[in-house]
Every structure is written in C-alpha cells, then in structure tokens.
Design a protein. Structure first.
Length: 868
C-alpha cells in the first residue's frame, strides 16, 4: 500500500486512474540551435536559428522558456519573461553560447537552480537569478571568443554582475489542485541594497501546430482577470490572474520582416512583447485582446530586501473565486512533497546529504521535456511552411524515416542537451527508479519502441546522427530498474522485463552483425559516449587503414550478454521458453571472454600481463598488430561484465546446467576463462571476465592515487600522463594524449566534453555496482589494498562505499564550508542566497572537484542520489 498521498498519486498514474502527468515541466530551455528546427542546406543547426533570432521565429517542432510548463502534447505553454529596465531585450529564454562561440563549446550563461519536484509534479519549484544591471550579453560572447582552449570558460559570475547583490531571486512554484488545475506563483526578491524596478510577464501561448490551413487556437480576454484559451486539441482552459499592469496579446507567428526582410502574414508576431515592453511600441500589441500568445504584465518597484508575488491559476474549471484556497493548497502540496521525500530518505542521516539528494531528484524530474520529431515530415516539409533543401534527402538521419517521436523524455540537460542520447537516457532511468519506478519502466521502453528503434535493431543515438553508436547500457538499466521495483513492491514486473528483452534481442543481434567486423566477438568503432578518450577519433576510420579492437567495446558487449542472460533466467522461472535464450547468452558471453583473452595465435589478447591492464589493439593493413598502451578508464570497463547467480536460481534451470556442462567438455579453454561459474561460494555462482588474480592487478591500477584514484572518484585517464603524455606514431604522424583534469584542450567532438582526466558519474557508478557484485560472491574474505601502497586492506564492499563517499563529497559541504563542485567561488560557497543551491555538472575536475561541462546534467549526475 502507498505510504502517503504522493505515493498514491504515482500509483494512480500507472493504473490509469488519474493522469497526474498531463501537465509538467516539459517545456525545453532551448529549442533554437537544435537539429529539429534546422532547415539549412549545410546542416548548421547552431546558426540556422540563433539566440538573437529566437524571439522572432515561430518554431516548427517545439517551444522553450524559463521555468516553464506545458501539457504532455505541448499544445499550451506557460513560462516567465522578465525585464530589468536596462536590457536591450526582454528576457524570455536562457542565454548561452553556441558551439562555435564558446572556447569549450556550447554553454549556458545564466544562474538557475532546480529546487524541488514530485513525481506527479503536484509541487515544483525552481530559482532564476536575474541581474538588475544590463545583462552582459556582449561581454560574455567577446570574452569567451578571446579565450583559448587552454583557458577556463568565462561565466556569468565572472563578470562581477552579482558582486554587490544587485539582482533578483525569482522563485517559480507550481502546485496542482487536480490533474488539470494548476496554481502558479512567482515570487521576486530584491537582494540588492537599493529599490529596483522589474517587469514580470507570465506568458501563455499555443505551440504553432497550424500548418496548411489547419484551425488556429485562440486566446482571448475573459473579463478583467482571466484569459480563455480554446483549441480543437485541448478544449477550453482558463488562466486566472490578479491586478496586472496590463494584458498583452499577439500571435505565435514569425516576424518575417525582422528576420528575412519579407512581409509578415499578420501585424502581430511572436516578438511583440519585446517590442512593447523594451521599445514602447504600442502598435505591436493586438488591441482586440486576442491571439495565440498572451501575457500578464506586472511592473514592480521593489524596495531593497523586499519582494513581490504574482499568483495565477490555469484550469479547465470556470470559477469566480480562483484564489480562495490558493495559499493553503500551495502549502499543502509542499507538505506532501516533504512527506514523500522523508519516506525516501529514512537512511540518510545528514541534513546536507538529504538536501543534495532531493535537489538531484528535483533536477532529474525538471529535466523532463516534450520531444517532437517526425523524420519523414522533417525531410519532406509541411504545406505552408519552410521547404527543406533538396540535399536533405541525402543528409542527416535520412535512413530513419520510420522515426516518429512525440514523447516526454528525461533529457540530459534542457539547455545544453535538449535532445536524448541513448546511453545517457538509460542512466536517467536508473536514477529516477527509487522515486518513480513506473516512470523508469515507461522511459526504458520508448527508444526501443517501434517508432524509434530502427527496423534493423539499432537504437537511435541522438538527433545529430541517429546512426551513431553509444555504449549499450539499456540491459543493465533494465535489470536495475526491474530489481528496484521488485524490492519496493515485492513482485517483479515480468511483462515489462519481457517486453524490453524482446526488443533488446534485436539490438544485440544488430551489434553482433554490424560492429564485429572480423566475426571474432571483438567489437570496434563508435562508442561516442566516451568522446575524446582515445588516441584517434573512434567514430572515424583509423588513419592509414586498419581498425581498433576495443577493450571497452568488447567489454560492453560482454556485460550486455550477461545482463541478457540474467533477464532470460528471470523470465524462464515462469516461462521455460526463455531457458534456451539464457543458454544462448551464456555461451555468447564465453565466446567474448575467449576473444578478449586470446584473439588468435599471434596475440595474447587485450590483456597485458606486464602492466596488469586492458588495452585497445590496433590491427594494421599489413596484418600486424600493436597494443596501444594508453591507460584510460577504457581498460577498467571489463570490471562491468560481472553477474552473481544464486543456487536456487541455478537449480530451476536444468537445461542451462546441462548445456554448460556439455560446453565445459567441448570448450574447456573458454570455460576456464569465466570466473568461478561452476564453483559455489555459499549459494552463489559468479560469471565474470575477471578471475580474482587479474582483478586484483586491475584494481591495483584503479586504486592508485598516482593513476586513477582521486579525492572525488575514479579519473577517466591515468594521472601519469600529466607530466609524461602518451606518445604514438603511426604512418609518420604523431599522436599525443595528455592528462587534462579540466576542460578539453581540443575541438574533438565539439570540444564541450573531456574524457582525458575528469571524473564522470556513469562509469564511476558502474564501477561501484561491479565491486558490490564481486563482493557478493567473494564476501569479506577477499580484500584489496586501498589506496594502493597505503598498507590498508578493505573488502570490495568497503571500497565501493569509499568511492561512493568520494563522489558524494563533490556536493557536500566540507570542513572549510565549501562545496567542491563550486570550484572555490566564494559567493557560491558562503553567500546565504547561494550556498544551499546545488549545481549538478556533467563531469568534474578530479583534483579540485569543480563541476565542468553542462551545468545541470541531472541527467546522469543525478545518480549521486543513489549513493547516499
């Protein structure tokens, strides 16, 4: 039985009783610069629609805003616009640099924080910090343009605009009365020492869906304190408000005159509110108080230390008293949110840890986004809309014409990555499972659905190139979500498990057919999830020919096979047809194990006995081979291929036991490589690529502070290359890899991520999970020196705990009162209006803990919530 009202709402959602998820934080923070909106001839999405153009351009595929919400089909959108009286433009969207403008790629240049959210979105809260002085748009562009790749990013806080506290804290809160009845409150605090003016414009509009003569939705004034919204898709809604300065109306239509020097189809266009508020142009607004976009304009003068509040209500219900119980309901929803998270945090003792964990989950839930992309329609164009260039039919995503998405997806970061990435998404599902397993299960089935997965079995990678490849982590995510759900409910959702298994069977076959070019169970190419980690760009052919046999690619597939075996074994308990599939994946796992250990008479495999490490192997056109002895986290990924089976599971599958005994007689060479699957330790059987001795050698490297072990987790590249970069020469060309703990020093993969040193959460999380699996089998009798050369020996479970603490310490307040993630910035660490707000970055400097890359990657960095 659900323990509280929010638990009940989550249960009601997935039994179909009440659609609490009809409305949510599904509005993107950046639609401009995306592939979906790109109709250029050269595929330059960043420059086809820029930030400067965005206020005037009516989008085709989605919408954006600040602290916004929308319905699950994004017919109606709500967000907040602001003006401080000094900016050259109305603040309707977050500002950031494009990939070409930033010295480390694209980067949002704003300060905002996700503070709270419940799975049903009955209570949501976020904070936006808005300067009272003119926003330094030009300064941010120019300073970053002048900085080289060896310099850190120039951020908004670096401009000094917050130094004297001359800014507004703008809190956005949403509370649901019912599934279709939403209270909205915006509270603005003047943190400065002087009275200051600010204009706040809650905006409501219809996404442009009218193409080729389709019926247009209408927003009109309904009395002095309400808007009435009507469309064929939504029916009628009302937006209620209190005592505005004015109400403004226009249409969600492109200002063609501004952008393209052609005539507008209507005198009232998308950027009308900017014209009215900033430029004073009264004629930009429809005097008839009707349109497809409207705003409630409030002008405030706020005393130093004072505040102003706006209340609104969006509802299907027509009422004469919309605000009678507003404050009580808002307070009740917060109380219910507190009760829900109190139930999830019973074992988290520290108040600071509870704060970090709750904000991590809040960011994860705020990262939900409406994602709309019909590739065939995008290729063909719409009647009455922009005609795509002819060369598009031979360009990006042309082999994905079946792809039709209109989904709510957990995104990596709704500004920097407002599009899914297949392997990121799998980790998002793991991270959200403890608070909403139903959501996790539903999300895992989206990208493998018939409208998304390619008919050949490939899972789409990301919109920039659906045909690219990411590490295949969907199976491990599925198992973890299944097991968390089973632990919470006492019953495994085998229908979910079976549905996913059937689709992943297609995907596994695609991998085997497409990425194993020599047919020897060694996988090469792609795996862009680890972008610049190698010597070469691994998504492109090796310079001069040949190919890479990858330690990580092959290990990912070994893990994949084991997880599929485990899923089949679970399903075989109630459906014996799956026992043969368990046998198939057990044998496939052993073939992969043999390939890693020995890929032919001329080679002793990816494992190097001398170094005690796994390396990529380069096969050259002349049939010679060479190990690329670069010690990166790639060589640790074989740890992930581990699974422990209980004896009672084993005994329920006699055909599997019989077949493995036969396999032992036929291929003892392979069976000997698979760690202890025949031996029973207590009631446990272990399948792993690593026997105990080899694992100890690998952990000796991983737990060495001079190589991988940092104060804040496992580095992605050995620190030994800081002073002595790895050097390699091929066909007369030199290649160098240096340990770089901060931002990337190259433009490889756009330059906005770095796998040559920093700590990344997904792989650290899998390392911790793997250590716990090994401990489950080896128990307390198996100990490893931690750290290397310390003389201290710990069990694998204790080491997993210690690594978890190092990752937690990125966000927790240390003995100096600092959160390492803040990078030593005094204001973030010690200012009362900053220090309780946590940014969850994309990756982290292992030497300082500073957060780097995308600012709000919750996203997979929300995995920290599972470590407390």
């Amino acid at each position: 039985m659900p323990e509280n009202i929010e638990e009940q709402r989550v249960a009601d959602q997935y039994t179909g009783k009440t659609n609490w998820l009809k409305w949510g934080p599904y509005l993107s923070e950046r639609q401009w610069g995306t592939v979906r909106e790109d109709y250029s001839a050269n595929g330059d999405a960043w420059n086809y629609i820029t930030h400067d153009m965005a206020r005037s351009k009516a989008y085709r595929w989605g919408e954006e805003g600040i602290a916004g919400i929308c319905d699950d089909k994004q017919h109606i959108c709500v967000s907040l616009a602001l003006w401080n009286g000094h900016d050259a433009i109305l603040k309707e969207r977050l500002f950031g640099l494009t990939n070409g403008e930033g010295n480390h790629g694209e980067d949002v240049k704003e300060l905002y924080y996700y503070l709270d959210n419940t799975p049903s979105h009955t209570y949501m809260k976020m904070l936006y910090k808005y300067p009272q002085q003119a926003f330094p748009y030009d300064q941010l562009i120019q300073k970053n343009a002048a900085a080289g790749k060896d310099k850190p990013e120039y951020e908004l806080i670096d401009t000094g605009i917050f130094d004297n506290n001359a800014y507004f804290d703008v809190f956005a809160e949403y509370a649901k009365v019912d599934a279709d009845d939403i209270l909205i409150q915006y509270t603005v605090h003047n943190r400065g020492s002087q009275k200051s003016t600010v204009d706040l414009l809650p905006q409501i509009w219809f996404r442009k869906t009218w193409h080729g003569g389709d019926a247009r939705p209408v927003i009109k004034q309904s009395g002095k304190d309400a808007f009435e919204l009507t469309s064929a898709a939504t029916g009628t809604y009302y937006l209620y408000f209190e005592q505005p300065t004015d109400t403004l109306f226009t249409n969600n239509e492109t200002n063609r005159r501004r952008l393209y020097k052609t005539d507008n189809k209507t005198p009232y266009v998308k950027d009308a509110f900017n014209e009215r508020i900033v430029k004073g142009n009264i004629d930009a607004i429809n005097p008839d108080h009707t349109g497809s976009k409207a705003a409630v304009w409030h002008h405030f003068e706020i005393e130093a230390g004072g505040k102003a509040t706006i209340r609104l209500r969006l509802s299907r219900v027509a009422t004469n008293s919309p605000f009678t119980e507003f404050d009580d309901t808002l307070a009740l929803r917060l109380t219910e949110a507190d009760a829900f998270y109190a139930g999830k945090q019973t074992t988290v003792q520290s108040a600071d840890a509870r704060l970090v964990q709750r904000q991590a989950w809040a960011g994860l839930l705020w990262s939900k986004q409406y994602y709309n992309y019909n590739v065939k329609r995008w290729l063909d164009g719409d009647a009455g809309n922009i005609t795509p260039p002819a060369n598009r039919r031979k360009g990006r995503n042309t082999s994905w014409k079946h792809f039709v998405a209109e989904d709510i997806l957990l995104m990596p970061d709704k500004w920097e990555y407002p599009w899914f990435a297949a392997w990121d998404h799998a980790f998002h599902c793991i991270a959200v499972a403890p608070i909403d397993p139903g959501l996790a299960k539903a999300q895992l089935q989206i990208l493998i659905g018939v409208n998304h997965m390619h008919p050949n079995g490939q899972i789409p990678a990301y919109e920039w190139d659906f045909s690219d490849t990411n590490p295949p982590v969907q199976a491990v995510a599925t198992l973890q979500v299944y097991e968390m759900d089973k632990a919470a409910t006492g019953k495994g959702d085998t229908l979910f498990l079976e549905n996913v298994f059937q689709k992943l069977l297609l995907n596994f076959t695609w991998w085997v057919n497409r990425k194993d070019s020599e047919g020897n169970n060694i996988f090469e190419g792609g795996f862009l999830g680890l972008d610049n980690i190698g010597i070469f760009n691994r998504s492109e052919p090796v310079p001069g020919g040949g190919f890479l046999e990858q330690a990580d690619g092959t290990s990912w597939m070994a893990m994949y096979a084991l997880n599929m075996m485990r899923m089949a074994m679970e399903l075989a308990v109630t459906n014996k047809a799956y026992e043969s599939m368990a046998i198939k994946f057990a044998e496939h796992f052993m073939y992969i194990a043999g390939s890693i250990a020995n890929m032919g008479e001329e080679s002793d495999g990816l494992w190097d006995d001398e170094d005690g490490f796994y390396y990529d192997l380069l096969r050259k056109p002349n049939c010679s081979w060479e190990r690329l002895k670069l010690r990166s986290i790639v060589g640790l990924i074989p740890l992930f291929a581990v699974s422990v089976f209980k004896e009672n599971q084993w005994q329920q599958l006699p055909e599997l036991i019989h077949r493995l005994e036969w396999f032992k007689e036929q291929r003892p060479d392979l069976v000997a490589l698979v760690s202890r699957w025949r031996d029973v330790n207590g009631d446990q059987h272990l399948f792993s690529l690593l026997r105990g001795h080899r694992m100890k050698l690998l952990l000796k490297r991983m737990l060495d502070p001079e190589e991988f072990l940092s104060d804040y987790g496992i580095r992605s590249l050995s620190k030994k290359y800081e002073q002595q970069p790895y050097q390699y020469t091929l066909n007369g060309s030199g290649y160098s890899v240096k340990y770089i703990p901060g931002e990337s020093d190259s433009f490889m993969f756009g330059g906005n991520s770095n796998w040559r040193g920093p700590v990344w959460f997904p792989l650290n999380y899998l390392i911790i999970c793997s250590l716990r699996h090994f401990h489950e089998y080896y128990t307390d009798e198996f100990k490893v020196e931690y750290p290397t050369r310390s003389g201290q020996y710990l069990t694998l479970a204790q080491i997993a705990d210690e690594l978890s603490k190092r990752l937690q310490n990125l966000f927790l307040t240390n003995e100096r009162g600092e959160r390492p993630v803040n990078g030593g910035r005094l204001k973030f660490n010690f200012d009362e209006q900053f220090k309780q707000y946590i940014p969850f970055f994309e990756y982290f400097n292992p030497e300082t803990g500073e957060g780097l890359g995308a600012n709000h990657q919750t996203g997979w960095t929300a995995l920290v919530a599972l470590l407390f």
